[in-house]
Write a protein that binds this ligand. Sequence first.
Ligand SMILES: [Zn+2]
Length: 338
Amino acid sequence: MAGDRNTALNFSVAPERYPWHGALWSALSRQFDQLPHALLLQGRPGLGKHAFAVQLAQALLCEQPRAGVACGKCHGCHLFSVGTHPDLSGVGLVDDAKSITVDQIRALGDFLSLRPHTATRKVVIISPADAMNINAANSLLKLLEEPPLGSMLLLVTSHPARLPATIRSRCARLLFRLPTPSVGQAWLQTRPETRNQPAQLLDLAGGAPLLAEILAHEEFPQMRAKLLQDLAGLSQGREHPVTCAARWKSLGTARALGWLHGFVSDQIRIRMGAPASALLNPEVAARGAQENNKYKINELYGFIDVILENYRQINSPLDELLMLEDVLIRWVRLSRLQ
Ligand SMILES: [Zn+2]
């Protein structure tokens, strides 16, 4: 990879091929030598599209790929693994940038206009492609209309509708689908953070295994302590749902709701006689039986549904602050009912 323009993209090769990518790989490997010059990798977040693009780029630059898999041993693979392959480039969001700019896309055009150094082709990754602003998209369109010989463009997006139709129509679509729950859960069972509650986390993540893993990671203790404090304050009338909702939003709506789901699930587990070791939140076990037994189990189940319903709306146009206020007002009602 040449130049600063690559710094925004993570090219480190994912250590594994995700099991739910199997069908896509076999479809690609059958036409590996005649791939179209532009692919649009699309599908929901949390399915490993970017990792797939990186693995595909490596296979495309490998000197002796087998059935779409890079050999891992050749000179090309070596350059790739240390991040210095001169025939690979990519753009993404730099630091806190909100969009991919026209200058970034022009730099890709310059890169593609030169002949490959060591491989037979040049590969670029644009991820997330939907982050291109309108000028960047227009500049890319020119590249797609007259692609330099031997160039291969991989566009990654979770929001294809945000890309101009003119761009979409010039790419072959590679659609990433949700794995079946059994495949997703089996994979989560192999990861230390998610192995104890694969079904629940997968459900919370809408079926996307990598998103489920992120949710599990993000239950860091500091945030948990703050959220617990807020819940106690709400139950006791010391805190107001509107102030708490603003705080929860600043911590990240998905994380906060993900944690709340685990917290309420723990209450249900306790009511069902689960031992402390089976709980997600050690603080819940430490609260004592009186505090933990005060909620009715059917109301807890109802509240879990409210959390999931709101969680699924996170990327919709609904205002996240209003969603959180709604959830917390219902929590206050639930805890005052007892
Ligand atoms: Zn190789």
